[in-house]
Write a protein that binds this ligand. Structure first.
Ligand code: NDP
Length: 469
């Protein structure tokens, strides 16, 4: 009897798509879903000679060749711990469990350590690309025991997306939680990228007074150049879409309140813990929060007058494109700065250039300029900050005036640009000759004797400040 090479548990959108992707590539895939009805529906809707659905977990596990490879594609959180306990009763030492869901990296670190003590290899696998990516080639970020990677790497790399140079968008990321960490930061960058594009849309709409069709053409045009990316492309498609329930464009019928599942928030919390500034990612998360603030309509009544009604059009489409490009580079630089810090803090030895290269296709943040990020880290593996790479330094410097211009115009006009404006603030703080921190230190020493360092000699100093009455 032919044994299956890999088992997928959880056959919702992502699990079923990955299973069919593996089956298309010739792997014998075993599938199990807690509710058998879902497995049955999948087999009826997408029968595949290489996919075999099972009614019980035990049957599915027994159908696998050893060492067994099992990928969980289920709801993150407690269900993963519960499923691991069920699997432990059925697995042998040396078997491999992968978690392809959006698990929090600290949970993955804990689970990897626990399962290692049970003789099971555990991989946290970041998967990006949504349903289409999973079905036809996602970007994959596996983290776990490097010595066991050879057992799963070939399958994951085979089914992953391929970049223009044919390289797979999957590589071994690092030990324990490294894969899920990189996926988390990927999602944080995704939040910032989406928010920046939304801000550019507001500028085109309210400063350039463009209609949806005209804006779609602009995004299509931008997609031919340095901004070429999945998110810019889909924005053009979205702006062209007609509503099937009214005479309007669909974009104008969608409620102005955005949702989130929390991975962007995790990135911000983790960045605060690591002492890394990811202000654009945080601003983007906050923008989603504020978009849901129920008192927005009354605030608009209070403050709308403060906004210039006649906005004029002192910024060009090219200013918006160029400013967006600058901000995009700064957002990615923030994300990669966090990865660099995490690599040191968790001893992961992350290959930042390689990580940029596996984002080049299959994932939501895929973009042409990721090639340049890979090149930057290949040029200098010790690169302290992406914005200090000669290519990025030059590109940001050239497009910075446009970014300043569109932010000034937006602020003048009362158009919310939290992400774009944070890009400017971040860069100004990063590049500041004088950040004002000397005054902060003086205040700390004044009220708390926290001491300060001096510019003219080494050591910590406290000063007896003269206190006015
Ligand atoms: P969902 O996140 O909607 O999860 C549904 C699946 O989880 C079903 O198969 C469900 O089984 C199973 N499940 C829920 N609770 C349990 C439990 N206690 N024990 C066993 N199985 C359980 O599915 P998606 O396909 O959207 O996502 C799967 C994972 O991939 C999630 O972690 C998600 O965050 C992540 N992900 C999703 C992406 C997307 O675009 N959707 C992109 C990248 C990652 P049942 O049918 O019996 O309820």
């Amino acid at each position: 009897m032919q044994m299956n090479q890999i088992g997928i548990i959880g056959l919702a959108v992502m699990g079923r798509s990955l299973a069919l992707n593996m089956a298309d590539h010739g792997y014998q895939v075993a599938g199990f879903n807690r509710s058998y009805e879902v497995t049955k529906q999948m087999i009826e809707a997408s029968p595949h000679k290489n996919f075999h659905g099972y009614r019980t977990l035990q049957e599915m596990v027994s159908s696998l060749e050893k060492p067994r490879r099992i990928m969980m594609m289920i709801k993150a959180g407690k269900p993963v711990d519960s499923l691991i306990e069920q699997l432990l009763l059925l697995l042998d030492k040396g078997d491999i469990i992968m978690d392809g869901g959006n698990s929090f990296f600290e949970d993955t670190i804990r689970r990897e350590s626990y399962l290692r003590s049970q003789g099971i290899h555990y991989f946290g696998v970041g998967v990006s690309g949504g349903e289409d990516g999973a079905r036809f080639g996602p970007s994959m970020m596996p983290g776990g025991d490097p010595a066991a990677y050879f057992n799963i790497g070939p399958i994951l790399e085979t089914i992953s997306a391929k970049a223009d140079d044919g390289k797979p968008c999957c590589m071994y990321i690092g030990p324990n939680g490294a894969g899920h960490y990189v996926k988390m930061v990927h999602n944080g960058i995704e939040y910032a990228d989406m928010q920046m594009i939304a801000e550019a849309y507001l500028l085109l709409k309210y400063v350039r007074h463009m209609n949806n069709q005209e804006m779609a053409d602009v995004f299509d045009d931008w997609n031919q150049g340095t901004l070429n990316s999945f998110l810019i492309k889909i924005t053009a498609d979205i702006l062209r879409e007609h509503d099937d329930q009214s005479d309007n464009d669909l974009i104008d019928q969608i409620k102005d309140a955005s949702q989130q599942k929390g991975t962007g928030r995790w990135t911000s919390i983790e960045a605060l813990k690591q002492g890394v500034d990811v202000s654009m990612i945080t601003a983007s998360g906050n923008a989603r929060v504020m978009s849901n603030n129920e008192s927005r309509p009354s605030a608009a009544q209070y403050f709308h007058d403060a906004k210039a009604d006649n906005l004029g059009s002192s910024i060009s489409i090219e200013d918006i494109r160029s400013g967006l490009y600058a901000a995009k580079m700064i957002a990615y630089a923030q994300g990669f700065d966090l990865l660099k810090q995490a690599s040191n803090a968790y001893h992961w030895d992350l290959k930042l250039g390689g990580i940029a290269s596996i984002f080049r296709a299959g994932c939501i943040i895929q973009a042409r300029f990721l090639n340049q990020i890979t090149d930057a880290y290949e040029r200098n593996q010790q690169l302290h900050h992406l914005l200090q790479d000669p290519f990025f330094a030059k590109q940001v410097k050239e497009s910075l005036p446009a970014l300043r211009k569109i932010v000034i115009q937006a602020i003048h006009a009362g158009i919310p640009v939290p992400s774009l404006s944070n890009a400017v603030s971040y860069l100004d703080m990063y590049a500041a000759r004088h950040a004002g921190a000397n005054l902060i230190q003086a205040q700390r020493d004044y009220f708390g004797a926290h001491t300060f360092e001096r510019v003219d000699r080494a050591g910590s100093f406290h000063h007896e400040w003269r206190r006015s009455s």
